[in-house]
Design a binder for this molecule. Structure first.
Ligand code: NI
Length: 170
């Protein structure tokens, strides 16, 4: 089932999501619906806050073939490199806006899979960016929160313009 994607600055995007204790049918269904919504959008990642659910779950697929779905429950960065990289990020909740954000180049992430097992992986490049971006959502942050106040204000103005143009062309 496709879920409506919440748009910035909806307060649910600024709220902290709650950890998940056990994998229930409800969680499995949420994960499946989130994946369907991400592929449909299309996007490379989606956090539960973005569909209005305050639970710590994200889905990611950065593959070209769109066949490498990662479902991460309670994901956390347990190690991050000192080295940073800058990447132009976008978000399904701030559609049309792209801004450069600096983040650790390499991160190790611990999470629970849909079988309730704890797993870890180390990521660099786009996957590292994406997983940090999605974990931020669970902590009530969006990517423009990483910008200076001046750049963030500009980004918000740009977003308003993008939305006005979209309405005009609709
Ligand atoms: Ni996002």
């Amino acid at each position: 089932m496709l879920l409506p994607i919440v748009q910035y600055p909806d307060p649910v995007l600024a709220a902290t999501a709650e950890p998940i204790d056990t994998i229930t049918d409800e969680i499995r269904e949420l994960a499946a619906n989130m994946a369907e919504t991400m592929y449909d959008a299309p996007g490379v990642g989606l956090a539960a806050n973005q569909v209005g659910v305050l639970k710590r779950i994200v889905v990611i697929d950065i593959s070209e073939e769109r066949d490498e779905l990662l479902t991460l429950i309670n994901p956390e960065v347990v190690e991050a490199s000192d080295e940073l990289c800058e990447y132009e990020e976008g978000c399904l909740s701030l559609k049309g806006l792209y801004e450069k954000v600096k983040r650790p180049d390499e991160v190790t992430v611990r999470y629970m899979n849909l079988d309730g097992e704890t797993r870890e992986f180390t990521a660099t490049g786009l996957l590292a960016v994406c997983v940090q971006h999605e974990i931020d959502h669970l902590n009530g942050e969006v990517f423009i929160d990483h910008l200076s106040k001046l750049k963030k204000d500009r980004a918000r103005t740009k977003l308003q313009k993008i939305r006005r143009n979209e309405q005009r062309n609709a």
